[in-house]
Design a protein around this ligand. Structure first.
Ligand SMILES: Nc1ncnc2c1ncn2[C@@H]1O[C@H](COP(=O)(O)OP(=O)(O)OP(=O)(O)O)[C@@H](O)[C@H]1O
Ligand SMILES: [Mg+2]
Length: 221
């Protein structure tokens, strides 16, 4: 399989870019894919999440055999050979439209855009998708995160009419367990397993949603 470089980007902050990178990486490795996560945020949230010791090399292992991680700065120093074994490279982008971010977008084979269903976020989406096109990169699609049926059901329909097939089928539900899982330093599924959350519980919805997202990403060209 050809290596795919996937950007997760929205210049709006707090729309679950980092959360999506972590849990998408986890779902992809469950599908026997080898994944490299690249933290492009100067805050390096994704990097510290997976940071597993003192290692000095550019690509670091994680607790998950098929997930490695690095930062954009380190990534820029590695060779083609270093990344030849991976199926996917996931870029966790910061919420800015800086020249560096544009460079990273241009480097991707496809970019996915997470969004929450707020008016400001929706209004800003066109700017994001336009920029992706301007860089000559394929838009994999927009996906909704932190979905709350009570508040968001109407607006998502309107959203679908506007975006049409650019909106992914996968919708990531709101779940307070996300924050807890991050506090515990675990992908959501690992956190649920550790806590012994029964699989028939409504709360597993978010795990299944990230599995669906992985399926959509793997199907996307
Ligand atoms: N599905 C969800 N349900 C509830 N809370 C969520 C969900 N996804 C993410 N969060 C929480 O929302 C906050 C923002 O998430 P995250 O850090 O992934 O966003 P981000 O887009 O990477 O932010 P930034 O723009 O600052 O990089 C975090 O506290 C996270 O725990
Ligand atoms: Mg982030």
């Amino acid at each position: 399989m050809e290596l795919r470089r996937i950007g997760i980007f929205n210049n709006k902050g707090g729309v679950a870019k980092t959360t999506s990178v972590i849990n998408l990486a986890y779902s992809l490795q469950k599908n026997d894919k080898k994944v490299l996560v690249v933290d492009c945020d100067t805050q390096e949230n994704c990097f510290s999440f997976f940071m597993s010791g003192k290692a000095a090399s550019s690509i670091l292992p994680t607790e998950y055999e098929n997930i490695s991680h690095t930062t954009w700065g380190r990534y820029c120093t590695i060779t083609e050979d270093d990344i030849s074994g991976y199926d996917y490279i996931l870029f966790d982008l910061p919420p800015t439209m800086s020249d560096e971010v544009k460079t990273i977008i241009k480097h991707c084979s496809v970019v996915y855009v997470p969004t929450i269903l707020g008016e400001f976020e929706i209004a800003g989406l066109k700017k994001v998708t336009d920029e992706i096109h301007r860089q000559g990169v394929k838009l994999g699609g927009v996906f909704v995160t932190m979905f709350q049926p009570k508040n968001d059901s109407e607006i998502i329909e309107e959203f679908r009419r506007v975006l049409q097939n650019r909106l992914l089928n996968t919708v990531i539900p709101y779940s307070k367990t996300v924050r807890e899982s991050q506090k515990a330093g675990l992908p959501i599924e690992e956190y649920f397993k550790e806590k012994g959350v029964p699989k028939n519980k409504n709360s597993w919805k978010i795990v299944y949603a990230y599995e669906d997202l992985a399926q959509e990403v793997m199907r996307g060209e």
